[in-house]
Design a protein around this ligand. Structure first.
Ligand SMILES: [Zn+2]
Length: 245
C-alpha cells in the first residue's frame, strides 16, 4: 500500500510539474510572439535596405546589362564619339582649305558639316557621361593633304561608311535594350545621310555649286538647306530653334 501511495504521490507531483511547465509556456506565448514580431519587423527592413543597396551597386556599374555584362553599345558609342570629334575637326580644316581656294560655297558646306558633327560628338559624350562612362578623346591623326574638291569626295566616302556602321550600331543598341543609344544612332544616321546628299550635290555641281542659307537643328545636327521646313525631320525640333550657319 505504501508503495502504491508513493507512486500515486509521484504521479500527482509529476502531473503538477508538467502542468506548471505547460502553463508557463502558454503564459509566455504572447511574449514569444511579440519577440518574433519584433525580430521580423527589424529583419525585413534591413533585408530590403541591403537588397536596394545591391541594386544601386549594380546600377552604378556603367554600361552593363542587368546581369552585369558590359554592353557592346558602350564601345560603339565611344567609337562614334571619336569619329564625330575627328570629323568635326577635319571638316573645319577642309572649310579653311576651300576658303584658301576661294571656293566659298564649299567652305560654307564644310563649316555646316563641322558644326553638325560637333553637335553629334557633344550629344554622344553627354550620353556616355549619363551612364557613368567618361568619353575618351580621340587621337587626331594628320589630315591628308589635298584640295577642297578632293575633300568633298573623301568626305562622301567617309559619310557612307559611317552610315553603314550606324545602321549596325542602331540594331545592336536595340538588341541590348539601350533605347537612348538606339535613338542617338538613328538620329546620327539620318543626319549623316543628309551630309551625304549635300556632299553628293556639291560634287555633281562642281564649280557651280550654289551656296545655300544653311541652318542646323541644334538637337540632332540635321542641316537644313533652302527647303522650308517647319520642324526638324529627324527629331521634330521646331524651326525657330534652328541655328544659322
Ligand atoms: Zn533635329
Amino acid at each position: 500500500m505504501e508503495i502504491a501511495a508513493f507512486l500515486q504521490e509521484q504521479l500527482i507531483e509529476r502531473y503538477r510539474i508538467s502542468s506548471l511547465i505547460l502553463e508557463g509556456y502558454i503564459m509566455k506565448a504572447p511574449a514569444r510572439f511579440l519577440h518574433f514580431v519584433v525580430v521580423i519587423a527589424l529583419l525585413v527592413p534591413m533585408m530590403l535596405w541591403f537588397s536596394s543597396c545591391q541594386k544601386k551597386e549594380e546600377a552604378k556599374q556603367p554600361g552593363t546589362s542587368a546581369t552585369g555584362q558590359k554592353l557592346v553599345t558602350i564601345d560603339n558609342l565611344q567609337r562614334a564619339y571619336g569619329a564625330e570629334s575627328k570629323r568635326a575637326l577635319w571638316y573645319d580644316r577642309f572649310s579653311r582649305q576651300a576658303m584658301k581656294e576661294n571656293l566659298g560655297d564649299i567652305a560654307v558646306l564644310f563649316r555646316a558639316l563641322s558644326r553638325s558633327e560637333k553637335v553629334h560628338a557633344e550629344a554622344v559624350a553627354k550620353l556616355l557621361k549619363s551612364k557613368g562612362v567618361e568619353p575618351i578623346a580621340p587621337t587626331i591623326d594628320s589630315i591628308p593633304p589635298g584640295k577642297a574638291k578632293q575633300y568633298l569626295k573623301l568626305s562622301l566616302s567617309n559619310e557612307n561608311l559611317e552610315q553603314n556602321m550606324y545602321l549596325a550600331d542602331t540594331a545592336k543598341a536595340r538588341e541590348e535594350n539601350f533605347t537612348e543609344a538606339a535613338e542617338w544612332f538613328r538620329r546620327a544616321l539620318e543626319a549623316d545621310a543628309r551630309h551625304g546628299r549635300l556632299l553628293k550635290k556639291a560634287i555633281e555641281l562642281e564649280t557651280n555649286f550654289a551656296r545655300l542659307p544653311y541652318e542646323m537643328c541644334p538637337e540632332c545636327g540635321y542641316i537644313v538647306g533652302s527647303d522650308k521646313l517647319e520642324e526638324c525631320p529627324v527629331c521634330k525640333t521646331k524651326k525657330d530653334k534652328f541655328q544659322k550657319i
